[in-house]
Design a protein around this ligand. Sequence first.
Ligand code: TXA
Ligand code: MG
Length: 327
Amino acid sequence: MTATPCWVIDSQEPDPQVLAEAGRWLRAGKLVAFPTETVYGLGANARDADAVARIFQAKGRPASNPVIVHVASVAEARNLARDWPPQAEALAQTFWPGPLTLVVPKHPDVPAIITAGGGTVALRCPAHPVARGLVQAAGCPVAAPSANRSTELSPTRAEHVLKGLSGRIDLVLDGGQCPAGIESTVVDATTLPVRILRPGPISAAQLAAVVGNTQEFTESAAEAGPARSPGQMAKHYSPRTPVRLVEAIDFTDDVLEASEAGKRIGMVAIHGPQAMPTDPAAYAATLYARLHDLDAQGLDVILIEAPPRTPEWAAVWDRLTRAASPG
Ligand code: TXA
Ligand code: MG
């Protein structure tokens, strides 16, 4: 299959002509990957069920996993919802445009393939100038999951998108590294207290400041209630190389033993040489790029040193646990 074209675009002041052309491609039913403030998304016209079906094909995504729809404004989001609860309005007014996804009752016009047949739709208004400009230029809502093969690591650079999807999609807009580096916070806004379905850049404390208490998503809560987030299966966001989450990377034990056994080890440490940033947001911003790099080296194992167990690290912990999950 022919390689997917990749157009470089300025992340701060994207060329309007490039956005207009990419917007036409989307309207015409093509698949366009683009940077957002979280990770790269794989976009399709959300009003075109056939185009959305090609997203599922390109990613190898199970039809049971619904996709997020990206909009340019709160008004556009309301048009895709059957009901727009006050908590959705309050959160959208506070955090949009930004890395927050709101799950609300779906409008009948939203194609069933987007919601995996369910009664709710996930909506997000992205802040990244390229994502925002593209959704505006397309003139239609844009369905976009992360631009990776299903269960693999999300892409935070155009080269990550091409590694997984070149030849399977129509276009990549290369706007460089995504600033937040992990996926948006997903909140079920159909209930009060709202429920955090996926922790992310907008923290539980930030949400609580707007809508009062939040409920953490847990497996037991999922068993008790209905709408769990279908994408939150354990094996997700995983490198191909086996990942081990360790309390502390002990250079005299873990590393030396493994290297004496002839094993090639990659490390994601918070202490020692080439350590990750100790601020959780900065750590998240570089995590996937580090894992993509290590994954490309054909290592035997990637050791990840456990970060602090404090609320600011919740989103990072979620991704690390999944990366290390055997499946
Ligand atoms: O930051 C992000 O959210 C990125 C960028 C591209 O916007 N997108 C992203 O999409 O991470 P995806 O498809 O990889 O993850 C979306 C998550 C999945 O866990 C999915 O199951 C969940 O949102 N989701 C989508 N629609 C839902 C719905 N109606 N109800 C509950 N969960 C939903
Ligand atoms: Mg994803």
